[in-house]
Design a binder for this molecule. Structure first.
Ligand SMILES: Cc1cc2nc3c(=O)[nH]c(=O)nc-3n(C[C@H](O)[C@H](O)[C@H](O)COP(=O)(O)OP(=O)(O)OC[C@H]3O[C@@H](n4cnc5c(N)ncnc54)[C@H](O)[C@@H]3O)c2cc1C
Length: 404
């Protein structure tokens, strides 16, 4: 074997998960005005976690202008990480040590909560526990990673630094250092979201598609949503889970919508054994990341670009995939693979790597959820916890971390 090469590219522009089994979610058109306790705008993974949680004790309507799961969720490579894009040490410089520690610990417990929900609901979505390997790169070198591993270990997170000799011996990778962490996971994000929506439906929720929410107006008793179906939705509370299509009138300070690329090999890809249980990412900008899927596909992505629509450019997709392939072949010189799927999507970035889970300014009873960064799905879980507590009249002790 000489290195990773693109041998065939059969499904350019199509996400691997679009062809998953088990994505069916019954939907209805909005044929009349309705009134519910909670309206959730967006039937992606954030709307799915939200609907699953709130349908326990509320009447819930989920509205989407597309079929469910066909936003950013189907494009996700679904590394379910507690590690935030900004290292704990760097986040501490930005928001303070105590807050940064809380943010890391909250992400860690959110991945456990996700695991619990999947187990309790008996959801089949290829969920697997994974370690992570965070490689020194051009953004954070080996000294910074050593300090980072110590900072994490000091609050009980399962991270340890390994030097170049151990990295070569255990993983066959030539880099000046890395952090090995435990406690993350991976899954099929579309199957997960579909199953959560179906569980919410069993509890009484209704999914309306295709229905676009055009405007929202609040009053002391609730919110009225005006839709392109010509019928209004009246709700005591509304939660915007619109992914990277920010609702009008919802400010998102410090947030940027960018583009990112991904591809998947053919099934049963020959790979080193350790890769089956490890997610790999780099402390570089842009960073390369990769993992194995349940059917033995190698899923690899990165090459983020600061443009909200570059992901739609077909010529760029070919170049980006070539760059990702080249970078991968440098890291894993023994691995050769055939590309079966290649796709791209919009992605969010914030200065801190933290999401925005906050009340909509000047609109009572309304919340907006935007899960920024490489662990957007972990943030979808946190959003469902924070918002459901508020809707039930309580307050989450970490809500302040995400209230931008
Ligand atoms: C290539 C790629 C790789 C990624 N990798 C990872 C990863 O490894 N790990 C991770 O955790 N995250 C990853 N992410 C990010 C993750 O996928 C997102 O954080 C997550 O999918 C966001 O889900 P969502 O439900 O908030 O948004 P979406 O899935 O985009 O859903 C939002 C929905 O809202 C609907 N909507 C918007 N506006 C309206 C309106 N006005 N009326 C009605 N409906 C509306 C849209 O149609 C859409 O269906 C990745 C993203 C991409 C693109």
């Amino acid at each position: 074997m000489t290195g990773a090469t693109i041998k065939r590219d059969l499904r350019t522009g199509r996400s691997l998960w679009a062809d998953s089994a088990g994505l069916g979610v019954p939907v209805k058109p909005l044929n009349e005005a309705i009134s519910v306790d909670v309206a959730i705008v967006g039937a992606g993974i954030s709307g799915a976690f939200m609907a699953h949680e709130l349908s326990r004790d509320h009447t819930v309507a989920v509205l989407d202008r597309r079929p469910p799961l066909t936003g950013s969720t189907v494009a996700s490579t679904a590394l379910l990480q507690w590690e935030i894009d900004l290292p704990l040490t760097a986040l501490a410089r930005g928001i303070g040590l105590a807050e940064a520690r809380r943010a890391y610990l909250r992400s860690r417990s959110a991945v456990d909560a996700l695991r619990r929900i999947v187990a309790e609901e008996k959801i089949v979505c290829g969920l697997e526990d994974k370690a992570t390997l965070y490689l020194a790169g051009d953004a954070y070198g080996h000294r910074a990673l050593r300090t980072e591993a110590e900072a994490r270990a000091a609050i009980g997170l399962e991270s340890r630094y390994i030097g170049p000799a151990d990295l070569r011996e255990q993983f066959g990778i030539d880099r000046p250092g890395a952090i090995v962490s435990q406690g993350s996971a991976s899954a099929d994000p579309a199957r997960l979201a579909a199953a959560l929506l179906r569980r919410a439906q069993t509890a009484g929720a209704t999914v309306y598609s295709r229905v676009e929410v055009m405007e929202a107006a609040s009053d002391p008793d609730g919110v009225t949503l005006l839709t392109d179906a010509g019928h209004a939705v009246r709700a005591k509370s509304v939660v915007f889970c619109c992914g990277y299509e920010f609702p009008k009138g919802v400010p998102t300070p410090g947030a940027k919508v960018i583009s990112t690329w991904a591809m998947a090999s053919m099934p049963r890809q020959p790979c080193p054994a350790w890769l089956r249980e490890t997610l790999v990412w780099e402390a570089s900008d842009p960073y390369l990341y990769f993992r194995m899927g349940g059917d033995g596909r190698l899923i690899v992505g990165g090459e983020d670009e600061a443009s909200p629509d570059a992901h739609a450019d077909k010529a760029k997709m070919k170049r980006k995939c070539e760059t990702i392939t080249l970078k991968l072949s440098r890291l894993l010189p023994g691995v050769e693979f055939e590309v079966d799927y290649s796709w791209a999507g919009a992605f969010g970035e914030s200065a801190t790597g933290l999401p925005s889970i906050a009340p909509v300014p000047d609109m009572d009873h309304a919340w907006a959820v935007m899960g920024f960064g490489g662990n957007g799905i972990t943030y979808s879980v946190i959003a469902s916890q924070v918002v459901s507590k508020a809707i039930r009249g309580g307050s989450d002790p970490d809500a302040d971390l995400y209230a931008t």
